[in-house]
Write a protein that binds this ligand. Structure first.
Ligand SMILES: [Fe+2]
Length: 605
């Protein structure tokens, strides 16, 4: 909860001041969201201006009904009817709120003496006497277990003896309350010490509550004065000039929860119920091939105002489609959904990921196509594949066709929070579909294992997936239960393998086909791959054997009627995927991969 009052005695309107292109309050809101520590983040305000600022930027904001003297009262009113255990009060004027400090303050509720804690707050050591003696800076003293003894604007303790090595701590205005303690506070009248010092948390001490102080080293800047604002602006412009770059090694998120096994789909309700937020629905995005499949649809645990959206996957997912779905959901519901659940193949899973991201990020999905452009944590999202091979259930991307490119939204917030792998859900997939999507996995392995980005991490996943693919497509067939379970695991491992390396030539060319002709990913890869002996001789040889074994007939001459513009666009799209080429060929790929070469390849397809 971010209490935000427009009038501030020392610096009126400070929360609406511009700070590097965004208002202070919006920056604070986004910083709190970005920590990823909270189920929900709200601004609570008495002001129309602040209300509209957050609302217009797609944020969650609550209007105070009553007048309040302090931030705690304001958030108490807002959470009174919410079902919450811990409420964190983040100051609206702390645009540099960071994860570390909030993690510290939340962490105290998981320690031994947690039962003694009514609320927790944060302090940071200060050493400059000017700051120690500044009445704008609230100091705190603590007992040996870091419970607060007193807060004051005076320097405490008074340093009569200057050689005791006593430390001074500045109180930072971040609180984590048990809801009961917060509601108590709301009901208890102010007493004299609080009134004299004008420090809210003294009220808790006056009523005998225990405040646990966590220590942080991060200083941040509170915007209390115009000078603070100037310092903050400087900090932001410095950050923009010299971003901290130390990303030699990829630091990837993984799907935190996965359940596997025949029939595990029935566990969906148990999995979802702790994630349900009152009044906020679960939205199911389901492949419309299941529209008449009551066997599956009846097992979806629809409750309250949950919603099923059937989506056709005749075409690859588009950014415009994501934008439309997000705006429909926002129009229909007052609350951001409790979760988005995708049930289907790679396209549906990618749509579910994209929608969950766009519910908490402004603008169009097209703005986020690329690497690490997503700012805010996505809504809780669950992936339930009903066909295996794409690796979409485990990947850090969701591939979308946008107005000018086909590219994934690749970010730390993209991967699912939960995946449900039930091999029974893939029963009934047509055999050619099974083959095309399975080959996507096979091609992931070939491209990863033959790429220059290969490393032991990605190799270990790629080799396992490759072996599974061989077992499935040389020894098994599309209707076997064992093949279904194996392909589910192959898809997962293949997805992991490319996450830690990259795909290659087949994907680059197939993205071109998809963009210009709308060719779907699985079949597009198959069309391309048969012509890539030059890049993957052994992989292509095996691929052709598998095509034969399963009597697959692939389309031919699909590029022969392309207009010149279409061909040029296709080449542009393929060449634009630089990391793929760099993985496949190496740093100097531009020497051999020419426009002419791609044209010749496309003309063969
Ligand atoms: Fe793929």
């Amino acid at each position: 909860m971010i209490p935000a009052r427009y009038a501030a005695s020392r610096f009126p309107g400070k929360l609406m001041q511009d700070l590097g292109g965004k208002t202070v309050i919006l920056r604070t809101y986004q910083a709190a969201l970005e920590t990823g520590l909270f189920d929900r983040v709200f601004v609570v305000t008495d002001s129309n201006i602040i209300f509209n600022e957050i609302k217009n930027n797609g944020g969650d904001v609550i209007r105070s009904i009553k007048d309040h003297d302090c931030g705690s009262d304001r958030i108490a009113e807002a959470v009174e009817d919410m079902d919450v255990d811990i409420v964190v009060n983040v100051q609206g004027d702390e645009p540099f709120t960071n994860k570390e400090g909030l993690e510290e303050v939340l962490g105290v509720f998981y320690k031994e003496d947690a039962h003694r804690i009514d609320l927790a707050s944060l302090m940071t050591e200060i050493t400059d006497w000017k700051e120690i003696s500044d009445p704008n800076c609230v100091k705190v003293i603590v007992d040996k277990n870091n419970f607060a003894l007193y807060f004051s604007r005076s320097p405490i303790p008074f340093p009569r003896d200057k050689n005791t090595g006593v430390k001074y701590y500045k109180h930072k205005g971040i609180y984590a309350f048990r809801k009961d303690a917060l509601m108590d506070f709301y009901r208890l009248p102010m007493r004299k010490l609080e009134a004299a010092e004008k420090i809210e948390c003294i009220r808790y001490l006056e009523y005998g509550k225990n405040i646990k102080m966590a220590e942080t080293t991060s200083q941040g800047i509170e915007i209390d004065t115009p000078e603070d604002l100037a310092r903050a602006k400087k900090l932001i412009s410095e950050e923009a000039e010299s971003p901290l770059v130390n990303d030699t090694f990829k630091n990837f998120p993984m799907v935190p929860k996965v359940v596997f096994g025949k029939g595990c789909f029935n566990q969906l309700e148990t999995i979802l119920s702790p994630q349900r937020k009152s009044k906020a629905p679960f939205i199911y995005i389901v492949d419309d091939v299941f529209k008449d499949n009551s066997g599956l649809i009846n097992r979806i645990p629809l409750k309250f105002n949950d919603k099923l959206i059937f989506v056709s996957t005749n075409e690859e997912p588009k950014t415009s489609q994501v934008d439309e779905m997000v705006s429909l959901i926002k129009k229909e519901y007052m609350h951001i959904p409790s979760g988005i659940i995708g049930i289907g193949g790679g396209s549906i899973l990618d749509l579910a990921k994209a929608v969950s991201i766009m519910l908490t990020n402004n603008g169009s999905a097209a703005d986020y196509q690329g690497w690490d452009l997503v700012k805010n944590k996505a809504v809780y999202h669950v992936g339930i594949p009903t066909i295996s091979g794409t690796g979409a259930e485990v990947s850090r991307t969701c591939v979308l066709t946008g107005p000018d490119k086909k590219l994934g939204i690749n970010s730390d917030f993209t991967p699912f929070d939960q995946v449900i792998l039930d091999p029974d859900l893939t029963i009934g997939v047509p055999c050619n579909q099974w083959f095309y999507t399975g080959m996507d996995c096979y091609i992931h392995c070939i491209e990863s294992l033959n790429g220059t980005f290969l490393n032991a991490f990605s190799q270990s996943y790629g080799e396992k997936a490759f072996d599974l693919c061989k077992e499935i497509f040389f020894e098994g067939n599309c209707n076997e239960a064992e093949s279904r379970a194996k392909l589910m695991m192959a898809s997962w491992h293949g997805g992991m393998s490319i996450a830690y390396s990259q795909v290659g030539v087949a994907h680059a060319l197939s993205y071109g086909l998809a963009y210009v002709l709308g060719t779907k990913h699985g079949i597009g890869n198959c069309i391309v791959f048969g012509h890539l002996e030059e890049f993957y001789p052994e992989g292509v040889r095996m691929f052709k054997e598998m095509v034969k074994k399963h009597d697959i007939v692939l389309p031919k001459e699909i590029c022969k009627d392309l207009t010149e513009t279409q061909m040029e666009t296709m080449i542009d799209i393929a060449l634009g995927l630089e990391p793929l080429w760099e993985n496949a060929i190496g740093e100097n790929w531009k020497e051999t991969i020419t426009r002419k070469k791609l044209r010749d390849l496309y003309l063969k397809m």
